[in-house]
Ligand binder design. Structure first.
Ligand code: IPM
Ligand code: MG
Length: 365
């Protein structure tokens, strides 16, 4: 039996279109083998959307996303739209989309591919056993509180309600139950009132609903240190919007490159927005050298979370692992790995092709 799924593609800016293209080809390769029929629609978001429609999130894009089963996003932003005086910014489109779809939980798994142990700037022994999941609150906090722009005075507000904290903590605790049963909540409760509410709420939810999950609190500054000193000690980490944004860029360095980390943004239903955690990388856009693996791995998260298809998701993850095992590296991964004749440096399209070839070997035809 074939099941049909509508996927909205939002290639966005910079390297976004290049990495989304490869990921679409991977999904098309995989679909028939698993009885999945994907209907793709492509829409504008971000800087190019501003150029063409004046809006970073055009109405038509938002309507299509609301109808979709899942959304795959490349990246938004770039120097062309970075003028601080600009009325409309590409990033705003993405933030509004997350908010409109109520995608409050952003899952960012950090897994070290054994083939990339040497790609990290950290000592390989620090990376042994690293397998963590950061759950970042995505529709509240400093990103969405009352704000005022200004030349002399400007402010943003870090506001959380107990309900907003409780629902994202539940997502993280459920994930911990499926994994190694440990949850770390990150805040700045020694200074911020919103963090004291965060800590109190998280403590209550965990005691009442998840007594079986080992639970601890960390202050965000200490957590920044622990993440590079003893990353293997953590299982699931839950935090507010801005802290989660910062800590996941740091955590990406454990995996060797921003080009390796996928993410899923989820709400209460099955619909999700899937995107690599890296940005639009304008410096390498259009050169065909961007690493498509974070976006391809985001598609695996889509299969798992939105379509409930673990086997298809695992096939993509295995294909990526095999591509790395066969020695293929995009420049971001090769640059930090010691020179090695078993490694072949390839561009975006070639890396996509290698992943598809590995998929063909793995799937029944
Ligand atoms: C991310 C990005 C975004 C964020 C930007 C592009 C608005 O850094 O997804 O981590 O800050 O959420
Ligand atoms: Mg970020």
């Amino acid at each position: 039996m074939t099941s049909t799924h509508t996927i909205v593609l939002l290639p966005g800016d910079g390297i976004g279109p290049e990495v989304v293209r490869e990921t679409r080809l991977v999904l098309e390769e995989l679909g028939p083998a698993f009885g999945l029929d994907f209907r793709f629609e492509t829409h504008l978001l971000g800087g190019r959307a501003i150029d063409e429609t004046g809006q970073s999130l055009p109405d038509e894009t938002l309507a299509a996303c609301k109808r979709a089963d899942a959304i795959l996003l490349g990246a938004v932003g770039g120097p062309k739209w970075s003028d601080p005086a600009a009325k409309e910014r590409p990033e705003q489109g993405l933030l509004t989309l997350r908010k409109e779809l109520n995608l409050y939980a952003n899952l960012r798994p950090v897994k070290i591919f054994p083939q990339l142990r040497d790609a990290s700037s950290l000592k390989p022994e620090v990376l042994d056993g690293v397998d963590l999941l950061v759950v970042r609150e995505l529709t509240g906090g400093l990103y969405f509180g009352p704000r005022q722009e200004g030349d002399e005075r400007a402010y943003d507000t870090l506001l959380y309600t107990a309900d907003e904290v409780a629902r994202v903590v539940r997502v993280a605790a459920r994930a911990a139950r499926q994994r190694r049963g440990k949850l770390t909540s990150v805040d700045k409760a020694n200074v911020l009132a919103s963090s004291r509410l965060w800590r109190k709420t998280a403590t209550r939810v965990m005691a009442e609903e998840f007594p079986d999950v080992t639970f601890e609190h960390q202050l965000v500054d200490a957590m920044a240190m622990h993440l590079i000193r003893r990353p293997a000690d953590f299982d699931v980490v839950v935090s507010g919007n801005l802290f989660g944004d910062i800590l996941t860029d740091e955590a990406a360095m454990l995996a060797g490159s921003m080009g390796m980390l996928p993410s899923a943004s989820l709400g209460d239903g099955k619909q999700g927005l899937y995107e690599p955690i890296h940005g639009s990388a304008p410096d390498i856009a259009g050169q065909g050298v961007a690493n498509p693996l974070a976006t391809i791995l985001s598609a695996a998260m889509m299969l798992r979370h939105s379509f409930g298809h673990d086997a298809a998701a695992a096939a993509i993850e295995t294909a990526v692992e095999q591509a790395l095992a066969a020695g293929y590296r995009t420049p971001d991964l090769a640059a930090i790995t010691p020179p090695d004749e078993t490694v072949e440096v390839v561009g975006t399209e070639a890396m996509g092709a290698v992943v598809r070839e590995q998929l063909r070997l793995l799937t029944p035809h």
